[in-house]
Design a protein around this ligand. Sequence first.
Ligand SMILES: *Cc1c(COP(=O)(O)O)cnc(C)c1O
Length: 378
Amino acid sequence: MARPVYSSFLQPATYPSGCGRREFPDDHVAPARCAGVLKADAYGLDAAKIAPLLHREGCRTFFVAQLCEAFDIRDAVGADSDILILNSLDPDDEARCAKGGFIPELNSRAQVERWRRQARANGEPLPAALQVDSGMSRLCLDSPAVASLAGDPDSSREISLRLIMTHLACADQMDHAANDMQLGRFRSDCLLFPNVPASIVNSGGVFLSRDYHLDLARAGISLFGASAGAHAGRLRPVLRLDARILQIREIGAGTGVGYDLDYVAPVARRIATIGVGYGDGWPRSLGGVGAACFDGHRLPVVGRVSMDSLTIDISGLPAHALHEGDLVELLGPSQSLAEVVPDAGTISYEILTRLGVRHQRICADGDRIVASVAGRRQ
Ligand SMILES: *Cc1c(COP(=O)(O)O)cnc(C)c1O
């Protein structure tokens, strides 16, 4: 039975400075705090399993995108943690959110009004965060709405403001002028709320400079040792994706392999079919250009990536190095996410969030397995 193994080795020393084993945030952003962003099921890795590990490391602020994701991790993070909802709430979800004890980001005047109405109904102020526009124009309150909230003496009786935040459009580009421009605009909005903690950086922004750390960093992809753009390679990768060999075939010169016989062996070859395909989130664009790895050897993908399998050329290995049932590495110490990304024509975020439900997910702390979630096919 094919059983791809996905292992997320979640260790805190994923920032370039390294960090204290028991400390989260680590010294790279201290004295700022570091929040864990666990949206999209922790980037496809299983939020409910990863959240308690972060909590154990000292993380007490978690971000998700949707209300349902907040419920997914609520029991895992303990009552001493805050869970913020980046996309805020659909109309009529306010009561459920308030009852769950979650903190919505308020991204529009309508959301502010609905949350204030809920607070009046509850008869007490409700916690909220403001996501303000600093130049990205994605999901945020514009400046006049921010100013009118700041100038409204009644608002503090209804909203207990826990965070003011914004998001950088170009955090992965060290020298992009938009970064300083956004920081400047954000700082002036923060002056309206002098006692409220502020946050601007995601993983990439952490590397820009200390000026950007403010009170809280929001680390998502860097928790898994991956990063994008100029910062790629600055973190220690902690992910592995292994795939099982389903079959090994000796083929003669002139034999075609896979859909459309896209690959035709120029000479006799040994081909292994492995049990991961685009249905498991492995990009179809890696057909003919990607590779798997084994024992320091690069094993090129030959032919198309199928839905449930792909084929690799293992002729470069000694004849009995690999057998059916063995595992080869798709991501890990021999091939990082950052190395796969250019050929895949996408970004590391997309590869992670597409890893499907058929992978077994193993969460390990060093060599110790702390959580394992069986893949769908078992
Ligand atoms: C996704 C997201 C983050 C985390 O981004 P990473 O690049 O994964 O660290 C932080 N803030 C907001 C608003 C986001 O949408």
